[in-house]
Write a protein that binds this ligand. Structure first.
Ligand SMILES: [Zn+2]
Length: 286
């Protein structure tokens, strides 16, 4: 069984790096009890894989959030991953998405990549969703914003999620422009030849050997990744407070308590009368 991990690699004779993410048990944990359709699974799989691959590029502690909101069949898809590779995600959709092309999944949507360092300011990049799949949208984004050619491929099959990222680094080893382009085209082309079956079943070393046995590839130690929800009673308190005091007073008068589930992990949180009163008082005293 392929283990849940992010593994980076480097082509020693060209200015190209890459990473492979594999989600297995962690993906089962993420979709547990969510009742997603097969097309929804595919979408959350791609977002999760992309999110973890991009988080692997962060050079500091913090989180990366990939989130699209729109008015189409999918109103929200969001994933989040921290530097320890703890990730979570969910989809809010009014349609099973089966037979809907990627370009129609979102309407009037923007895809935001938000980076939240533990220290320092958050920053955000906006990705156009005009391309035919998530990989192509991200490729276009990296091309424009970071000017680092970046290539993605994602797959999901029987609960095994795979993602590959290749990225051209600034010229260091090879200064010849034509040679650089030739290397990039060749290395991306080989990765595009992987079959769905190979994506779902080969371990990283076998996969890289099959693609790149003529290149010098340095493979780094894998980093484990896991589904982990960062919800807490305190976080939900903040969400409740954002509803406003009048609404909280109304709920208190009518129901006397608030029972709410975390949408990411289904953990149930109960706020009894005292909890709600304290929330309101805390709010008033600020
Ligand atoms: Zn949770």
């Amino acid at each position: 069984m392929l283990s849940d991990s992010l593994q980076k690699f480097l082509f020693d004779e060209t200015d190209i790096r890459g990473a492979i993410v594999t989600l297995n048990k962690s993906f089962a944990d993420l979709i547990d009890d969510q009742g997603y359709s097969s097309a929804q699974l595919q979408l959350i799989a791609e977002f999760s894989a992309a999110n973890i691959l991009m988080t692997g590029n962060l050079k500091f502690e913090g989180s990366l959030i990939l989130q699209a909101r729109g008015t189409g069949p999918v109103s929200l898809v969001t994933t989040e991953c921290d530097e320890q590779l703890n990730f979570r995600g969910l989809i809010d959709a009014s349609h099973d998405l089966v037979d809907i092309p990627f370009t129609d999944v979102f309407t009037d949507a923007t895809l935001a990549i938000t980076v939240e360092p533990k220290q320092g300011h958050r920053y955000q990049g906006i990705v156009s969703l005009a391309e035919n799949d998530l990989a192509a949208c991200l490729q276009a984004y990296f091309q424009q914003s970071e000017q680092l050619p970046t290539w993605f491929r994602f797959s999901e099959s029987d609960g095994v999620v795979r993602g590959i990222m290749l990225q051209a680094l600034p010229a260091q080893l090879c200064m010849d422009k034509d040679k650089r382009e030739e290397d990039w085209t060749r290395i991306c082309h080989f990765a595009s030849t992987l079959s769905a079956q190979e994506m779902a079943s080969l371990d990283n070393e076998t996969l890289l050997h099959r693609l790149y046995h003529e290149e010098v590839v340095r493979i780094f130690d894998p980093q484990a990744c896991r589904f982990h929800c960062s919800c807490s009673k305190e976080r939900l308190e903040r969400a409740l407070l954002s509803m406003g005091e009048p609404q909280l007073r109304e709920i208190l008068a009518e129901d006397g308590e608030i029972k709410t589930n975390c949408h990411f992990c289904q953990t149930e949180y109960l706020f009894n009368e005292d909890d709600i009163r304290q929330l309101i008082q805390g709010k008033s005293s600020h």
